[in-house]
Design a binder for this molecule. Sequence first.
Ligand SMILES: *Cc1c(COP(=O)(O)O)cnc(C)c1O
Length: 495
Amino acid sequence: MRYVSTRDSGLKLSASEAIVMGLSRDGGLFIPESIPALEQGAIEKLCKMSYQDRAVYVMKMYLDEFSEDELKAFTTAGYGPNKYDVPEVAPMYKLDDKTGILELWHGPTCAFKDMALQMLPYLLTASLQKTGETKTVCILVATSGDTGKAALEGFCDVDKTKILVFYPKNGVSDIQELQMVTQSGDNVGVCAVYGNFDDAQTGVKRIFSDEDIREKLERDGFFLSSANSINWGRVLPQIVYYVSAYCDCINNGTIKNGEELNVCVPTGNFGNILAGYFAKLMGVPIGRFICASNSNNVLTDFINTGVYDKNRQFYTTTSPSMDILVSSNLERLLYSLTADSDVVKGWMNELNSVGKYEVSEAVKTAVQAEFSGGFCSDDEAAEAIAKLKNENNYLMDTHTAVAYKVLEDYRIATGDDRPCVVVSTASPFKFCESVLNALGVTEIRPGCDVIDQLSEVSGVKAPLPLLTLKDKKVRFTDVVEKAGMDDAVLNMILN
Ligand SMILES: *Cc1c(COP(=O)(O)O)cnc(C)c1O
């Protein structure tokens, strides 16, 4: 099994090399040369397995240098009972005969990023060994909220790794900040930056390309790497839950094996929905992919017109993890549809230089054969939260609500009544204030009290990692100017 760069299909690497490298030197992303197919009868077998075993089965097909025992150890640890608060790991809530809600937020940080970031540290450290790398890897993350905490929790006390997270001082919610600054572990660091997310992100990118810092770290046996969703080691664990969701829909009577199942995914960077597309290429009978956006609807327009244009107003919404104008993982879909790295490279160069590209008629048709796009406003998402709570007594977060509303619109517009899974990406308790507002509550209690408030209003218990937040000690209080990020990195790693 070889991996190629989306911008140079002549470059072929092993899985472990691709995971260690993260991003290709030509700026492209790594993608399997061909997608492996599930064998006859695989779904029947997978239906009877635990989530951990389904993960071993699926990941093994992509990682031929890894033994089954190795992968079994990873999934036992990463998706085990001290990490996930339900044995199903990714449980399917059956809303009605035709609609399931796939809850991906039962992990340690209560957002779906855990599904990948509980696995990446194991894949990465094993890949380092397989490629003969002996230096300690230092993960640098700039976060707007969810990724930072999930990466800290994933890499916490993992041998031969260090992790340092930068977040914008006034750009994350109180709960998100507390989650990060109370992080345990001897190999972790957290630092706030004066400025917005872009400032933190730009600072991290600059450090990555700084030869001086690179040399200093190398002398002491360290090297820098990234944990964001361009790494194949983050996409792969996400394929598993689409295979798993299909099995669960058979097991709970929503579909018969072989019947088509649609999926609707709240989308930002396009990593989550892309993993579903790979599951379909493996042979899972997924029907249509409904790509749901908030007011930052660049993907809706792309799917409808074939033009990707990031030159537009940026909106700050109540689903902040989807406030994205450049969806990096779309590049993998384009390569998958064209198998032409020169063409993809051309479009990405246009995106860099003028912020816009248009795919060919054939590619547009191929995209539309699989994907439908839709978006909704904050108000519409809030109405969906209230409606589901009142009619079904089901509480969902703002990101999931975007997907639910877009699915409703899709069903009315198309009449497509195939069963559908709505992918739920965060616990409602991660976005208490917006969810309370949606339920008609406008007086919000300060700090962690808002968690109890949402519990009282909704009658739903908050996840333990959020409930215990108020008792945790704050360990990290540093705030630096953008220019001070270099020193923060060197201090954390070398001291
Ligand atoms: C990251 C995130 C998303 C977007 O997922 P992508 O893989 O970037 O499309 C959606 N919802 C939540 C809660 C997230 O944290």
